[in-house]
Design a protein around this ligand. Structure first.
Ligand SMILES: Nc1ncnc2c1ncn2[C@@H]1O[C@H](COP(=O)(O)OP(=O)(O)OP(=O)(O)O)[C@@H](O)[C@H]1O
Ligand SMILES: O=C(O)[C@H](O)COP(=O)(O)O
Length: 395
């Protein structure tokens, strides 16, 4: 990476404003999934070991510039304290006098969590005044919030103008893994794209077709591709206005010599529910009043074989409606194939696919699970991430 890392600078006694992505699922006022918090621990530990005064900033949810009591970072700070095994301080502001005082009380190696930065309207507007206020708390800016790096906000980008700005360890690792995958992939390189909508994945599919050897399509978006190939898809998810585009992608794959895999059989249901009547059918036999909610057994086998023979696999988006047990088998099979493939480096592109491997107990067996949903998608689309662009270049 051509950006300066926090490993390259002296941190002893420095006040470090470290942007993390602690936007974690909450339930009944507690942290429901702490994956993102645990992913930031190496950075926090490195900072405390180096004798920095650690000031952590994050957003939680989308409070839209207002204080929302349920979105305070207090429970997150408590949870972090448990994980670190040390006292973590929390202040109910993210800048101004209260925050200044809390920072002034920090000893070297102490950790302070600021309030949710999205309680302030200036955050999402990338207001320079707010960015200056954040910067006034610290000597150094570390961005470790890969998950929010696609946002040009005051705490992810603006602040970098006013302080020496370097990347955190998680940010570095994410960029390194995803960057290597896209620029210098081990081959055969396979991308698996699923999820609900073609429109959300256009940029990713387009960019990946320039790089991969195999492209596997699953999930709700598969039916627009199948329709483009002349199949009737019944009541399955279909984006009529993307049928031409789907055909263009299939053509691009042909031109580039990329093997393009679509489902050969599917699980259809007469209702979008776990108790629906279901059938396994070939893709030429989808009944007109049923919808396909998962890939079928032959497709599971086909996709698993492609995975087994790949050296690198990037996976974004589930193969079916994995939240419902009845339609989880396709997603489970892909996860299991990745877990079983010993010589395959598996990169899970955040969001729902990360939630799925976690749910199926396969997370430990993946090579890298990105903490970024939207951020990893934008990265895979080949877009520049504002939170990365803002950091100081390597000298
Ligand atoms: N055949 C299908 N019909 C309808 N919905 C589907 C189908 N297959 C998958 N889905 C749904 O797609 C949703 C996930 O797709 P979405 O595009 O929102 O996110 P994603 O692809 O996981 O992206 P990210 O990983 O970046 O969050 C899941 O909720 C899943 O139930
Ligand atoms: O959960 C995420 O993808 C990041 O934390 C960014 O959150 P946002 O989509 O609300 O900006």
């Amino acid at each position: 990476m051509n950006k300066q890392s926090m490993r390259e600078i002296d941190l002893k006694g420095k006040r470090v404003f470290c942007r993390v992505d602690f936007n974690v699922p909450m339930k009944d006022g507690n942290v429901a999934d702490d994956t993102r918090i645990r992913a930031a621990l190496p950075t926090i530990q490195h900072l405390t070991d180096a004798g920095a005064k650690v000031i952590l900033a994050s957003h939680l949810g989308r409070p839209k510039g207002e204080v929302v009591e349920e979105l305070r970072l207090t429970p997150v700070a408590e949870h972090l304290g448990d994980l670190l095994g040390k006292d973590v301080k929390k202040v109910d502001e993210a800048y101004g006098e209260k925050a200044q005082n809390a920072v002034a009380e920090l000893e070297d190696g102490d950790v302070l969590v600021l309030e949710n930065v999205r309680f302030y309207p200036g955050e999402e507007k990338n207001d320079p005044e707010l960015a200056k206020e954040f910067a006034a708390l610290a000597d150094v800016y570390v961005n470790d919030a890969f998950g929010a790096a696609h946002r040009a906000h005051a705490s992810t980008a603006g602040i970098a103008q006013y302080l020496p700005a370097v990347s955190g360890l998680l940010m570095e690792k994410e960029l390194d893994v995803l960057g290597k995958a896209l620029s210098n992939p081990e081959r055969p390189f396979t991308a698996i794209i699923g999820g609900a909508k073609v429109k959300d994945k256009i940029g990713v599919i387009d960019n990946l077709l320039d790089n991969v050897d195999n492209l596997i399509i699953g999930g709700g978006l598969a039916y627009t591709f199948l329709k483009a190939q002349g199949y009737e898809v019944g009541k399955s998810l279909l984006e009529e206005d993307k049928i031409d585009l789907a055909n263009q992608f299939i053509k691009k794959a042909e031109d580039k010599g990329v093997k393009f895999y679509m489902p050969v059989d599917v699980i259809v249901a007469d209702d979008f529910s776990d108790s629906a009547n279901t059938k396994e059918v070939g893709i030429d036999s989808i009944p007109s009043d049923w919808e396909a909610l998962d890939i079928g057994p032959k497709t599971r086998e086909l996709y698993s074989d492609v995975i087994k023979d790949s050296k690198l696999v990037i996976w974004n988006g589930p193969m079916g409606v994995f939240e419902l047990e009845t339609f989880a088998n396709g997603t489970k099979a892909v996860g299991q194939a990745l877990a079983d493939a010993e010589d395959t480096y598996s990169v899970i592109g955040g969001g729902d696919s990360a939630a799925a491997v976690e749910k199926f107990g396969l997370a430990d067996q993946m090579s890298h699970i990105s903490t970024g949903g939207g951020a990893s998608l934008e990265f895979m689309e080949g877009k520049e991430l504002p939170g990365v662009v803002a950091l100081n270049d390597k000298e």
